[in-house]
Ligand binder design. Structure first.
Ligand code: ZN
Length: 458
């Protein structure tokens, strides 16, 4: 296999923007490119048709007695717009100061090339490597993976034969300190509309007689948290997974302080997050956020009006063991209960996603039945990252959501070893996305070691 940097450049040259139909050719190009690399590595590749962008499902299966891993990634990228803000053309990869720039360099083409380059090296040394590998590379991650439910419907049983999965679609604080992500938050989406009078009213003629929908909505919104920052929805915290001391200790190793975080966000003070520190709150706690609010007169100057309606958009980030269906119902019921009789409530219940949590081996809360292959992979990763990056990885829950990871667990029983290869300067989804070439080298060496240890040839 070619030099990894050249591979990544070639891969980036296919503009695989999944959201825009104008990039169909780029999508096909990136898919064929990934498919070709997998075939070079000896995989049997199946292109699973979907309503939009096909999924690559590739197997290298030998004996049922070998460990079996699934490697997940995505070949689609975010749009490159606005093009004018890029230093160089987004789909013409360029190297500056040890970084390779281009859309998808970090999310997720760089990490995909890291895995494949490492595997190529291992297979060159051990052509009969005793490891079953299944690749799932989808083309709709950046648009919410709409085809994955149907994919699981067809392939979950087959995937469930694997022991665990390997993913690098999460971040680390810098190129020296790798994070192994142990949790992702779930999501609940909701929109609330309150309707008052059938049309906007003159506040001099009708003011004082009717319930102003903006006021009613503001009262409901204000009631959704208490003074300590706790979400004030009955039952909201019932199933929240506890935070263990080892997790707080790991977070202390993270190279960020409350003060540096505060300065980065430029806020005068943090919100009282229910007894958690701000750095803990974004990882360990569930939230309810008001994402947008509207109603009434929005133009210049003033207008003496009682608006006929008001709306708010709400999302919750959930932690493991919170059931998104149950939480959505609890929030809906709470809002219904608190809605005054003077307004009419309507609700749009949007999408939901489950949270995910995996516990590394040897912790007080490690499940007794953790698969041996997963435990071995965690230990291999710990050791290899320590060796090639010079520091042991930090095991950390992440505040973001990758719903497909929870789906792999729920549908196919697969836990994920998530080794973060992006860093904050990689500008994911933004202009001048890039990937560190020194991180790429270290990561390839580390993954080479990890794969060998999973396969027990090292
Ligand atoms: Zn990604």
């Amino acid at each position: 296999m070619q030099n990894p940097t050249e591979l990544l450049k070639d891969y980036i040259r296919f503009p695989s923007v999944s959201t825009d139909p104008a990039y169909g050719e780029g999508m096909a190009g990136a898919r064929n490119y990934a498919c070709g690399l997998l075939e070079q590595l000896g995989f049997t590749v199946e292109t699973v048709e979907t309503e939009l962008h096909p999924i690559l499902l590739a197997d290298r299966i030998g004996s049922p007695d070998w460990p079996h891993i699934v490697i997940y990634g995505h070949y689609d990228v975010q749009p490159a717009d606005p093009f004018a803000l890029w230093t160089d053309a987004p789909f013409e990869p360029t190297i500056r100061d040890g970084r390779l720039y281009g859309r998808g360099a970090a999310d997720n083409k760089g990490p995909t090339i890291v895995h494949m380059a490492a595997l190529a090296r291992v297979l060159a040394e051990h052509p009969d490597l005793p490891l079953n590998i299944t690749y799932v590379i989808e083309g709709e991650e950046e648009i919410g993976s709409p085809s994955m439910p149907a994919f699981f419907e067809r392939y979950a049983e087959r995937l469930s034969e694997a022991d665990f999965m390997l993913v690098s679609d999460t971040g680390s604080p810098n190129t020296e300190q790798i994070v192994i992500t142990t949790a992702l938050r779930g999501l609940v989406d909701l929109e609330v509309k309150l309707r008052g009078p059938k049309s906007d009213l003159h506040s001099g003629i009708h003011g004082g007689a009717v319930y102003n929908p903006i006021q009613a909505l503001a009262e409901i919104c204000a009631s959704l948290h208490d003074a300590d920052g706790r979400v004030n929805v009955p039952g909201f915290y019932d199933d929240v997974v506890p935070v263990f001391d080892w997790e707080r200790d790991e977070l202390k190793r993270y190279p960020e302080t409350v003060e540096s975080y505060r300065r980065m966000l430029d806020v005068p003070a943090f919100y009282p997050a229910n007894g958690l520190s701000p750095l803990e709150a974004v990882r360990f706690g569930p939230t309810l956020e008001l994402n947008g609010i509207g109603g009434g007169y929005q133009g210049a100057g003033s207008k003496t009006v009682i608006p006929s309606e008001a709306f708010v958009k709400i999302t919750c980030r959930l932690v493991a063991d919170q059931d998104p269906v149950k939480i959505q119902q609890q929030v809906v019921q709470t809002i219904r209960d608190r809605c005054p009789p003077g307004v009419t409530l309507s609700l749009r219940e949007g999408g939901i996603a489950e949270a995910y949590l995996v516990v590394p081996p040897g912790r007080p809360n490690t499940p007794a039945d953790q698969p041996e292959a997963l435990a071995r992979a965690f230990r291999a990763a710990d050791r290899a990252i320590g060796e090639y990056f010079g520091q042991a990885p930090i095991y950390l829950r992440e505040g973001g959501s990758i719903p497909v990871i929870a789906d792999f667990k729920k549908r196919a029983g697969l836990d994920a070893l998530m080794i973060g290869l992006f860093t904050p300067i990689d500008n994911l989804h933004a202009p001048d996305e890039g990937f560190s070439l020194s991180l790429m080298d270290k990561a390839i060496a580390a993954f080479e070691d990890i794969i060998k240890r999973i396969a027990k040839v090292s």
